[in-house]
Design a protein around this ligand. Structure first.
Ligand SMILES: [Zn+2]
Length: 493
């Protein structure tokens, strides 16, 4: 145990919230470090956990720590008297589990102080010349998610490059239940798990435990706490180094709303009401760069724009589904890449709206397709393509539109699909916008082709049939949104 009096080494808080970056300094007298470990690592070195505790106040604080063993209730946890910390000083516990007398174990640490402290934990593996590790900010118990509340964690990935862990710690000393859902880019639930926790029970596991796709470049968690009080979060880990390396670990407070997170196109859940269906959807009503828009072809500003370069697979497998909001075709990781200038994006999925969400010179089209791409930092690029009715239809899409998943939850599969057939070529309109569905996240690079592709009358009718009736008074589209001074650009020649 060492005491350092410098403030600057205190907290290495790595917050990489992609859609809404969060940077917080969290102070409390009861603080939980959600993950801690000691044991043998792959390279033969020992994983250990360091904890730093800063006293930011003007009086000494006395600190005790509890060891919470993973995957079990800890009604009477092992306790460690760590002593006092002078004002402005940081207590550094280099190998805190050894201080508890624990040679090997996994769990969480709860810090009790008689004044406010800031806490940071780091799980580290010190090899010959490298130190691998993952840091976890101490989360004040007052920030736990209470029963009836919801929280979201964004920026998950699961592929060759990354894996993501989810963690939960019961915070109030009695039983708790939380439902953790894995949401895809459009907010559809693709995996779920109910966690029943005992008193002071910590859990940390790979999001694979929720089910869902084996591979995804972007997903979010939605967590409902049904009973008790739970600290919850996630961390994304780079697989490249063999041993884990922290890229992101963060948490968000509950909104306290106890609301129903569902949304739709009618009946109290319509686009005009999305912004009121939970704090996480506030941009739907408060945003200034929302999509879709009505594009004025003569108002578009001619500019030297980087080409859209597609490296799309010509014989890929697609999983189609009806997620209750749209028909979605999901693409396997690596099957489609879009390069715009220096930015490289991976195709996640494409889906269809009726009528078109984007208008061109005040006119809509029967159907619009959105191809959703994401880069390595979670930035989104959408390619929009209009469809008009034409006798020839579309040779590749006929496979999807001849067997549309008609009801929410229905799925299908298409093999040997040529993604290149989805790109009309020619003029594009480019602007900055948002997701056209909750949470209406902004900063999306929009690229809409001027030239429509074609579907047959029958195919269009079949699609409209699915997204009509009481639930879809104007199809599955959001109305056009104000430009608010945004400029639409198009190619100069
Ligand atoms: Zn869309």
């Amino acid at each position: 145990m060492r005491l350092l009096s410098s403030l600057f080494i205190v907290l290495c808080l790595v917050f990489l919230g992609f859609l809404q970056p969060a940077l917080a300094v969290n102070i409390g007298s009861e603080v939980v470090v959600p993950a801690a470990r000691r044991g043998m690592g792959k390279n033969g070195a020992i994983w250990h956990t360091a904890v730093d505790i800063l006293n930011p106040g003007h009086d000494d604080v006395h600190v005790t720590l509890d060891w919470l063993v993973r995957d079990q209730a800890n009604p009477n946890p092992l306790s460690l008297d760590a002593g006092s910390i002078a004002p402005g000083e940081t207590m550094v516990l280099d190998d805190v589990l050894l201080d508890f007398g624990i040679e090997a174990g996994a769990g969480a640490i709860r810090v009790h102080a008689d004044g406010d402290v800031m806490v940071n934990g780091a799980v580290l593996n010190t090899g010959d010349d490298l130190e691998y590790g993952q840091s976890f900010e101490g989360i004040p118990v007052g920030s736990a998610i209470a029963a009836g509340s919801t929280t979201h964690v964004v920026g998950l990935a699961r592929n060759d490059d990354y894996r993501t862990n989810v963690y939960l710690v019961e915070a109030a000393g009695h039983d708790a239940t939380a439902t953790v859902e894995l949401l895809d880019m459009l907010g559809a639930v693709v995996g779920t798990k109910v966690y029943e926790l005992g008193a002071n029970e910590p859990v940390l596991e790979d999001v694979a435990a929720l089910g869902g796709p084996d591979v995804f470049a972007y997903a979010a968690l939605q967590i409902f706490v049904d009973e008790g009080s739970v600290i919850v979060g996630a961390s994304r880990i780079n697989e490249g180094s063999g041993d884990p390396l922290t890229l992101a670990s963060w948490w968000q407070c509950g909104d306290g709303g106890g609301h129903d997170a569902h949304w739709g196109y009618c009946c109290g859940m319509s686009p005009a009401e999305w912004g009121y269906l939970g704090e996480e959807n506030a941009l739907c009503k408060d945003g200034f760069a929302q999509s879709p828009i009505d594009i004025s072809s003569c108002g578009a500003v001619a500019a030297e724009l980087p080409e859209l370069t597609f490296a799309y697979g010509a014989g890929v497998d697609l999983d189609t589904s009806n997620n209750g909001h749209a028909v979605v075709a999901s693409v396997a990781s690596g099957d489609g890449t879009l390069t715009i200038g220096d930015d490289q994006y991976e195709l996640l999925q494409f889906h269809f709206h009726t009528g078109s969400e984007t208008f061109l010179d005040g006119q809509d089209f029967p159907i619009e397709m959105h191809m959703v791409h994401v880069d390595g930092e979670g930035n989104l690029a959408v390619v929009g393509v209009f469809f008009e009715i034409g006798e020839g239809g579309h040779s590749e899409l006929a496979d999807i539109f001849s067997a549309l998943p008609a009801h929410a939850g229905d799925v299908g599969h298409v093999e040997g699909f040529d993604l290149n057939s989805l790109i009309p070529g020619g003029r594009t309109y480019r602007f900055t916008g948002s997701l056209t569905t909750p949470p209406c996240s902004e900063g999306v690079a929009w690229n809409v082709y001027a030239t429509p592709l074609q579907l047959t009358q029958e195919e269009v009718d079949a699609f409209i049939h699915i997204f009509s009736g009481e639930e879809f008074p104007d199809g599955n589209r959001r109305p056009v949104q104000p430009l608010n001074g945004r400029v639409v650009q198009t190619e100069a020649n």
